[in-house]
Design a protein around this ligand. Structure first.
Ligand SMILES: Nc1ncnc2c1ncn2[C@@H]1O[C@H](COP(=O)(O)OP(=O)(O)OP(=O)(O)O)[C@@H](O)[C@H]1O
Ligand SMILES: [Zn+2]
Length: 744
């Protein structure tokens, strides 16, 4: 079965790119921050970690400064991770670093050779910053109280207190505001600075101080909570220990750092220890809790030859394990990398939000100017109150709450999913999940365990049962079809096999080959019909076999059917419950199989599948998905990721099972279910729906609060500090609401 290249007809990757923030999800797992596909080949790329960049505000600032500079080709932003990628043709990066410095961006070059994604240092406060902030708060409050009790906003003491507050809490904002002004960037820092200066100009000193202080607190809390979302993904990596016990050249055991381990090393894991690297058990027996990888809470038994994953816990026995990947390529590291790389693939909501934000700020600023200018000039109204109203509007002109809420929510959702053993390749699939109307499930290996065995052999005319199994096993020894494995296992040992010449696989039908001068065929009803060797007696036998949900495979020559082999595959334990849950969620379940219709109907009825599509040729599965899409709209497909690649790629969301052990599955699927548990499917749908409703809540809250304040400001009811409070409140509300998903 050749690996099939996934067609790039899928919407996602290209359409979502509005020229900037997009990353491609294919061949992802190689570099920590891969260059986008369309980066010109003659360009070099560097990545900077910019610790004070997490709002689109900064993105715009950097764009204004760097874009158009000589030798700079393109910029890509990953705000969640504070990574700026610069695609350039420069000899020296000095101009870039100076330019970034000039706009107050604290940029550090990221070593792109280092494969291990680094944990961004968290933005915690220094003691000095805490003291300054505290002074600012106390002074602002004192100014407010004094002004209120003395009924004068402009007394020297009030002004002095306000000044202290602004100097201790507001300088960073004012500095950034000044930079924004110099670079003609309309951002929150500029707006806030303007509001503060405006308030001072019209004598509202306590107000100015309060705005400064609240804004500083808001920025802080926002960046701390963003860190939480950010670190949640990285936190997964910490599940694998940094040290590992490795065997040295003379057979002793030494504690070493995981980075020094190479493929083929032997590691020893004691009971109770976490496994540091992926590998294969070479001696010992234990049960291993691999919840961090597969999300399954029950420990899994491991013995010689079984694969174990970095991050899982060895519960009982001592295990010696042969290392199969280095630490940066472990399944766990790949999961983290996939999330980090694909989280920037913008989903529909995020594109809406970004577009909205682009028009929102300038629109509000224009309105504020009109409010400040028109009533006094045109209607002869008093100047100060209208200027004050305009300043309040400036404060609510920042779209930050709205813009940051979406990625926080999406990343929280992606991380929550990863913890449950569901690897989602980007927000768009998490978001599309709620729209799924139908899910197609492959039969063999998906609904069934995929380990069929021969249960009966029916002899026709006077052939021996042993002869039939010998011929069938000899033929099928050349095939890697699951049914072929069953037949080979039931037959004699391979040294007794007959010599097969002119072997040929007949897709969707079976196999053929020549033994002792006779051409034999082994396969399904379709095959013997095509050979014209079927008859009513055989069909009667088929009816019996298929009526008990078994699969009938026939051995035939060009003249006659020689025997029938009945094969049974057990259902997956989780199939019935999962299908029930899917149906309950209002999703139509569809079985796709190459097997015959009766068998499929039997199994489908047992599992509770709504629609059954059987006797499909391999290429029919793709067509079937297209048909389902035109009937139901948004359609998912669950397969093993290997045989089903084209159909999986055609589906709006392609799910692959058992991904922990298979690179192909992780790569081909949009959503990789780490273990073989179908129950992850309804879990995904529920998580997707939860994400969706949080996104909607967040967007409505962010826009709603602003709209209310806009009206209040216009009516002259809202004060400056109330506006900042509302703005801060909105930001915090949406961020915490998004983080809620992490607790799922
Ligand atoms: N190597 C083989 N040996 C015997 N029978 C085969 C072989 N390959 C295919 N067949 C017959 O052809 C049928 C269709 O095979 P195909 O691989 O298309 O689907 P499948 O494996 O049965 O089901 P699913 O589509 O659910 O994976 C099988 O059910 C079987 O009867
Ligand atoms: Zn027939």
């Amino acid at each position: 079965m050749a690996e099939i290249q996934r067609p790039q007809n899928k919407q996602s990757i290209s359409d979502c790119c509005e020229g900037s923030n997009c990353r491609t999800s294919s061949n992802a797992a190689i570099q920590p921050f891969p260059a986008p596909l369309d980066a010109p080949s003659n360009a070099q790329s560097v990545q900077y970690r910019i610790s004070n960049m997490d709002c689109p505000t900064e993105e715009k600032l950097i764009r204004n400064k760097l874009e158009g500079m000589n030798g700079i080709i393109r910029l890509d932003f990953n705000l969640m991770n504070r990574i700026l990628s610069v695609h350039h043709q420069l000899k020296s990066l000095e101009s870039v670093t100076t330019a970034l410095k000039a706009i107050g961006m604290d940029a550090q070059l990221v070593d792109s050779e280092a494969h291990q994604p680094k944990v961004p240092e968290s933005a915690s406060l220094t003691a000095a910053q805490k003291i300054l902030l505290a002074i600012s708060g106390v002074a602002a409050l004192a100014a407010e109280v004094l002004a209120w009790t003395t009924h004068t906003d402009g007394s020297p003491l009030v002004i002095a207190l306000a000044f202290i507050s602004i100097a201790t809490g507001g300088l960073p904002t004012l500095k950034k505001g000044w930079i924004a002004l110099k670079t003609f960037t309309l951002n929150i820092n500029f707006l806030m600075s303007l509001a503060v200066i405006g308030a001072m100009a019209i004598g509202q000193w306590p107000e100015a101080a309060m705005v400064v202080f609240l804004f500083a607190v808001a920025e802080l809390i926002e960046s701390l909570s963003l860190n939480r979302a950010r670190n949640a993904v990285h936190g997964l990596l910490k599940l694998a220990p940094d040290v590992v016990t490795l065997q040295d050249a003379i057979g002793g055991w030494q504690e070493k750092s995981v980075e020094t381990a190479v493929v083929g090393d032997m590691m020893r894991v004691k009971p109770g220890e976490r496994i540091a690297l992926d590998g294969i058990v070479t001696s010992g027996e234990s049960s291993v809790n691999q919840a961090p990888i597969t999300g399954e809470s029950m420990p899994v038994d491991k013995r010689i030859g079984d694969a174990v994953y970095a991050g899982s816990i060895n519960e009982r026995g001592l295990l010696d394990i042969k290392v199969s990947t280095n630490s940066s390529n472990s399944t766990l590291a790949r999961i983290v990398r996939v999330i980090e790389e694909t989280q920037n693939n913008k989903a529909a909501t995020q594109r809406f939000v970004d577009t909205f934000a682009r028009y929102y700020t300038p629109a509000v600023v224009v309105m504020a100017i009109l409010v400040a200018v028109i009533p006094p000039l045109v209607f002869g109204a008093e100047f100060t109150p209208w200027l004050y109203k305009a300043l309040v509007m400036l404060v609510i002109a920042c779209p930050c709450a709205l813009v940051i809420s979406t990625p926080v929510t999406v990343v929280s959702g992606l991380t929550a999913a990863a913890r449950l053993g569901i690897l989602i390749k980007g927000g768009e699939f998490l978001e599309v999940g709620y729209k799924l109307k139908a899910i197609a499930l492959d039969k063999t290996g998906t609904l069934t365990a995929g380990q069929p065995s021969v249960v009966d052999v029916k002899t026709i005319s006077n052939n021996e049962r042993e002869t039939i199994l010998l011929l069938a096993a000899s033929l099928d020894a050349n095939s890697d079809h699951p049914l072929a494995n069953a037949i080979v296992k039931a037959g004699p040992e391979s040294s007794l096999h007959k010599v097969v010449t002119n072997f040929e696989a007949l897709p969707g039908r079976g196999v053929k080959g020549e033994i002792d001068g006779t051409i034999y065929f082994l396969g399904n009803h379709r095959l013997i019909e095509e050979l014209k060797v079927c008859n009513p007696a055989i069909e009667a036998l088929l009816d019996v076999i298929e009526g008990t949900a078994q699969t009938a495979v026939m051995l035939a020559t060009e003249k006659t059917v020689v025997g029938i082999i009945a094969i049974a595959d057990s259902l997956r334990e989780s199939a019935i419950e999962s299908v029930r849950q899917l149906n309950q969620l209002g999703i139509t379940t569809v079985m796709l199989t190459g097997d015959n219709n009766r068998t499929a109907q039997q199994i489908g009825a047992h599992v509770g599948i709504s629609v059954i599509k059987a006797e499909l040729l391999p290429e029919d599965k793709l067509t079937e998905i297209k048909n389902l899409q035109s009937t139901y709209g948004v359609v998912g497909m669950l397969g093993d990721g290997i045989n089903d690649a084209p159909a999986l790629a055609q589906a709006d969301v392609g799910f692959a099972m058992g991904a922990a052990g298979s690179d192909t599955a992780i790569e081909t699927a949009d959503v990789a279910l780490m273990n073989d548990d179908l129950e992850k499917l309804p879990v995904f749908i529920k998580l997707s729906r939860a994400t969706r409703s949080i996104l909607i809540q967040n967007i409505s809250a962010a826009i709603g609060i602003k709209a209310i304040f806009f009206v209040l400001a216009f009516m002259g009811i809202a004060t400056l500090w109330m506006a900042v409070f509302a703005d801060v409140g909105a930001s915090l509300l949406v961020v915490f609401n998004g983080l809620r998903l992490l607790r799922k």
